[in-house]
Design a protein around this ligand. Structure first.
Ligand code: HEC
Ligand code: HEC
Ligand code: HEC
Length: 149
């Protein structure tokens, strides 16, 4: 147990040392349990206590998913969309586009691989930005088109 967690910690530090920019931070944080994570957007608190989230988010998401799919219950408090909205990084706009992004940073450190992103978006829903030109809402919704004047 001990040896394994020490080994994991060692691997995590190595991963982040390879991460370049984060190297100085990871040295400063060696001995801390989590790697450096991008800050959450637009909120100072998670949907539950941070410490609780660190330990239990996987169960929250799974239960929530089970509730949604089997029982037809749909609350938003623990929705995966919510996680993505707050935790997408500034740099990539995603929670899982590179190894520094929120969901991946810890998971690669802990050797966890998610199969969620084949079906679920890793980025918050975009407004008009991603709609193809000529799509009705790309015209009415856009404030950036600038072609009319
Ligand atoms: C309203 C915005 C918001 C939503 C929605 C949200 N979070 Fe958070 N989350 C935060 C903030 C802010 C923190 C950092 C709190 C702190 O530093 O004490 C955080 C912290 C965390 C942490 C601990 C990170 C660490 O530093 O160790 C985990 C894990 C986490 N969130 C997972 C999730 C998951 C999974 C979801 C979706 C079920 C989610 N969050 C939804 C804002 C949010
Ligand atoms: C094969 C496709 C598929 C995969 C893979 C998948 N999901 Fe889902 N998930 C769905 C569908 C379909 C729904 C129900 C429709 C919806 O709510 O958008 C759903 C709903 C959910 C919900 C409730 C709605 C929400 O936005 O919160 C959560 C939470 C969730 N999934 C989490 C996960 C997690 C975590 C993983 C990875 C461990 C995962 N899902 C993998 C298809 C998938
Ligand atoms: C603070 C570190 C940390 C962050 C940030 C984090 N996770 Fe995790 N996550 C873990 C660890 C550690 C595990 C493995 C726990 C275990 O094996 O019991 C895990 C496991 C999971 C699992 C279960 C995987 C499985 O196959 O059973 C899901 C689903 C999950 N995380 C979703 C997310 C999502 C979505 C995000 C981003 C919103 C996220 N996590 C961010 C540390 C983190």
């Amino acid at each position: 147990m001990m040896a394994k967690s020490l080994l994991k910690r060692g691997i995590g530090v190595m991963l982040f040392a390879v991460g370049g920019l984060l190297a100085p931070l990871s040295v400063a944080q060696a001995g801390v349990d989590v790697p450096k994570l991008p800050p959450a957007k637009g909120a100072s608190k998670c949907v539950e206590d941070t410490d609780f989230m660190r330990r239990n988010h996987m169960d929250l998401l799974k239960h929530h998913r089970d509730d949604t799919l089997r029982l037809g219950i749909r609350t938003t408090k623990h929705s995966l969309k919510g996680c993505v909205e707050c935790h997408a990084s500034e740099k990539t706009g995603s929670v899982a586009a590179n190894k520094e992004d929120f969901c991946v940073a810890c998971h690669s450190y802990a050797s966890v691989k998610l199969d969620c992103w084949g079906c679920h978006a890793t980025k918050p829903a975009q407004k008009s930005a991603q709609k193809p030109a000529g799509h009705p809402s790309a015209v009415s919704g856009s404030t950036r088109a600038g072609g009319d004047k």
